[in-house]
Design a protein around this ligand. Structure first.
Ligand code: APR
Ligand code: PHB
Length: 393
């Protein structure tokens, strides 16, 4: 027997789980199929910064209690470079908005606890998901669970299945346009049960980029740029702490409290956009449609903004018979996506050392950082993009 629902969602990461949560609150039935186990999804260490629009949306949909209790609200972040002291970028002053440190892992836990409370239909370990008839009025998908093939028929299918998912493949090459930029370095990230710095600090250094962030008052998140050819075996904790403190410079570096890493991983950096984010009755949301380098902390926030736009469209469709937002979803989401993709590319290009970089390129980066430090206009431009522009009405 086929499962019948309004919206079939592929992927139970932040995008899929949040979409299902919001639709349920509106009384719109959905079913989620997730390839991995619940524990595997919860074990991922990912993003850690929420734009204020994300914070407000999560509060509005009943997901703010733990976030507000455990999240750290920031008004500023810091940038250091070439030993030139510390630039404090006052996000609140320039953009009239703050941001929050709250781990994606925590948000995923909150989403799954909310799903449990409402008895949500999330099929974990759903294998071989295939999408069918997306241009028909009743698209459907199949998957295998415990060796049995299952079928879900829906009004709409939403691909929230990330960069390596199946849904984007259902858009014909004659329709799909993709844009890709791969960066010639990666980020080595660690978690340590040590007290973090008060503020998030970005570092430009001739040895490479570094970032000091946090998950809670007892859990720090740090990154250093590294060659793509490196593996975590090349990076002892001692080497990591030495590089991090050197790159953070003489003012910030000595403040780092070191300790054993409890998680260590290397991730490549890429910018990717797939257009359109709708084909027939298939929609794409989150990493299924776009990837940003983590420098601007936009990946999770773009997944949330896609879900905000798409859930608003489904609510208008089912509750008011109005398809204005559904029909306009792809264009509206892509305006925000490209704004964040460009900002993330700009900040990545400004703060990282590129292997083929010349001395001229390095001095030009330093001059742009000097200009940023000297210009409230430049700081305001960065601040409003970092904080996240308002959602379109
Ligand atoms: N079938 C079912 N599920 C799938 C399939 C598939 N073929 N392919 C992938 N998935 C699942 C993955 O296991 C994952 O749990 O889809 C989910 C996609 O989740 P994310 O990759 O986290 O993407 P998204 O929900 O869009 O959230 C974006 O997560 O990856 C970070 O940096 C990213 O912070 C950003 C956020
Ligand atoms: C993180 O805490 O993981 C983090 C913070 C800021 C960024 C990127 C990642 O720009």
């Amino acid at each position: 027997m086929a499962i019948s629902t309004r919206v079939a969602i592929i992927g139970a990461g932040p995008a899929g789980a949040l979409l299902s949560h919001i639709l349920d609150r509106a009384g719109i039935d959905s079913v989620v199929v997730e390839r991995s186990s619940r524990d595997h999804v919860l074990g991922r260490i990912r993003a850690g910064v929420l734009e204020w629009g994300t914070v407000e949306l999560l509060r509005e949909v009943g997901l703010g209690e733990r976030m507000d209790a455990e999240g750290h609200v920031h008004a500023v972040n810091n940038i250091v470079w070439s030993g030139r002291g510390v630039l404090t970028l006052d996000i609140e002053q320039h953009a009239g908005s703050r941001f929050m440190s709250y781990g994606q892992t925590n948000l995923q836990e909150d989403l799954y606890e909310a799903a449990d409370r409402r008895g949500a239909a999330i099929h974990f370990e759903a294998a071989d998901v295939e999408v069918h008839d997306v241009t028909s009025d009743r698209p459907w998908l199949t998957f295998t669970s415990d060796g049995e093939q299952e079928r879900i028929e829906a009004d709409y299918i939403v691909g929230c299945d990330g960069f390596h998912g199946a849904s984007r493949q259902a858009i014909p090459d004659t329709v799909l346009r993709t844009y890709l930029k791969e960066y010639p370095f990666g980020w080595l990230g660690i978690l340590s049960e040590t007290p973090p710095l008060e503020h998030i600090v970005y570092a430009h250094h001739e040895r490479g980029f570094a970032l000091a962030s946090q998950r809670n008052p007892r859990l720090s998140r740090y990154y250093v740029q590294c060659p793509l050819t490196d593996s975590i075996d090349d990076w002892s904790d001692d080497r990591f702490w030495s590089e991090l403190t050197t790159r953070l410079g003489p003012v910030v570096g000595p403040s780092i409290v070191t300790g054993p890493s409890i998680e260590k991983s290397i991730a490549p950096l890429r910018s990717f956009v797939a257009e359109p984010m709708r084909h027939g009755n298939l929609f794409l949301a989150g990493d299924a449609a776009h990837i940003v380098p983590p420098t601007g902390a936009k990946g999770l926030n773009l997944a949330v903004s896609d879900v905000f736009y798409l859930s608003r469209g489904f609510q208008a469709h089912y509750l008011d018979g109005d398809d204005h937002y559904l029909d306009g979803y792809s264009d509206m989401a892509l305006r925000r996506v490209w704004g964040s993709v460009r900002f993330s590319w700009w900040l990545t290009t400004l703060l990282h050392r590129f292997p083929d970089q010349t001395d001229f390129d390095l001095r030009a980066q330093e001059a742009e950082l000097d200009y940023l430090a000297s210009s409230t206009h430049a700081q305001a431009a960065m601040a409003e993009q970092y904080a996240g522009l308002p959602f379109e009405s």
